[in-house]
Design a protein around this ligand. Structure first.
Ligand code: SF4
Length: 415
């Protein structure tokens, strides 16, 4: 494949591993690094803090990485961004500050152990708890990697039944765990079952496989998935160093087969919290036709305090990029209200003052001017046919999950 992006490089395959094995996702999954010795073999030497994390790791979030992803890091540099994302660290054991088992409040919005209905028109379906790499900053540590299994028959059927019976659900987001760790036939069964439900318009697949095991995205997979369009693929690249030639090929295969690909990055302290890195990642992704979609704050899940950035830090990054980076390449900065309040957008402050008559702004490069409002009586509603109004009323009145959860959450936070 020919890439317009000048940035792509190939992963460094160790000489004793054949190119066929390296390119085989099942080989990658069967040869994951799990134990301290595996990591010493690959990285040569661990730091004292890393060693200690392995020695004390009882109760730590599961440890696992693909040989491919480990090979993207500079094994001699303990501060390498990829190493920080995959390697356990003693700091994970310090439970300081705001640390939550379930920072997104998903349990309060769960229909059953695998289905979360937080927003009116969409549900999150946790089809597996398995990942190929367990990212140290994972937001769903309470669930991910605990059983290593596809959803059991009973919650699977109950989830489908719930989706079937709730006609206001338009979108199903497959997540976990990582849905692309499932076999192609198992994933096809899920897609087939969902496509038999007439009111499901969009299926999203949230996956980190194009980042940590891009060989998973092969012809067989995309030919199967394209039978169930429209499917959006939500990737999770956090750093330009993750965009290898193999990853670029996987993304191109997806885009060429009609899958819109959107990237959701997480800002991680000491890993990628600098505008130079975000712009580099975003431009490279865009040149591969991947839309940089969200730039999330790291959620306060247990053992992640050292990864969290301040709101001031994130807003500074967003402000630096605003105007300098094309709107297509600029991800939206967003934060999940801890405890399950849903997403809120964070935007740098450009508005200097606001009154009934006008707002005054100072733009990204210092230009100042006012926007004058029309007179209130001149603001009129557009013509709306019944069809649009009814559709809107249906969405507004659509029930979702445990709607008392918002009140419960507010009360909980105020205690
Ligand atoms: S791939 Fe996603 S679900 Fe799995 S460990 Fe990483 S962040 Fe968590």
């Amino acid at each position: 494949m020919n890439f317009r992006s000048p940035f792509v490089f190939k992963s460094l395959r160790p000489a004793h591993i054949s190119p066929e094995n390296w390119q085989d996702w099942k080989w990658q999954m069967a040869h994951v690094l799990k134990y301290k010795d595996d990591h010493i073999k690959h990285f040569g030497k661990l730091t004292n803090d890393e060693e200690e994390a392995f020695d004390l790791h009882q109760g730590l979030f599961r440890i696992q990485t693909t040989p491919y992803y480990a090979a993207l890091s500079d094994s001699s540099n303990p501060e390498d961004p990829i190493r920080q994302m995959l390697m356990p660290h003693k700091k994970e054991l310090q439970n300081l500050g705001q640390q939550m088992k379930d920072p997104l409040g998903e349990e309060r919005h769960s229909i059953n152990e695998r289905l979360i209905h937080r927003y009116p028109d969409r549900v999150l379906f946790l089809v597996t708890d398995m990942c190929s790499v367990y990212c140290r900053y994972c937001t769903r540590k309470r669930f991910t990697g605990k059983l290593s299994a596809f959803v059991r028959t009973s919650p699977y059927e109950k989830s489908l039944e719930y989706i079937r019976n709730n006609k206001g659900i338009r979108e199903v987001i497959l997540s976990g765990g990582d849905p692309l760790t499932l076999s192609t036939s198992r994933l096809e069964k899920v897609l087939q079952d969902l496509r038999e439900i007439p009111h499901i318009e969009i299926i999203r697949i949230g996956t980190r496989m194009p980042v940590v095991c891009p060989m998973r995205v092969d012809e067989e997979l995309v030919q199967m998935m394209k039978k169930y369009h429209p499917i959006f693929v939500m990737t999770h690249f956090n750093h330009p160093q993750e965009l290898s030639l193999e990853a670029a090929e996987a993304l191109t295969l997806l885009v060429n087969n009609g899958f819109p690909v959107m990237n959701q990055m997480v800002l991680l302290n000491g890993v990628n919290n600098h505008e130079a890195l975000v712009q580099s990642l975003s431009r490279r992704l865009l040149s591969l036709r991947v839309k940089p979609y969200y730039m999330f704050h790291c959620d306060p899940s247990e053992g992640t305090e050292h990864f969290q950035t301040s709101i001031q830090n994130s807003l500074k990054i967003q402000r630096e990029l605003w105007g300098r980076l094309s709107g297509l390449a600029l991800p939206s900065l967003s934060l999940d209200i801890p405890g399950g309040g849903g997403k809120v957008g964070l935007t740098p402050q450009f508005e200097l003052e606001r009154s009934d008559s006008h707002s005054r702004f100072k733009g990204w490069d210092g230009f100042e001017a006012s926007y004058i409002n029309p007179f209130p009586e001149d603001v009129i509603d557009p013509f709306l046919s019944e069809e649009y109004l009814n559709e809107w009323e249906r969405l507004k009145n659509q029930s979702y999950g445990n709607q008392n959860a918002a009140d419960l959450g507010a009360r909980h936070q105020n205690l």
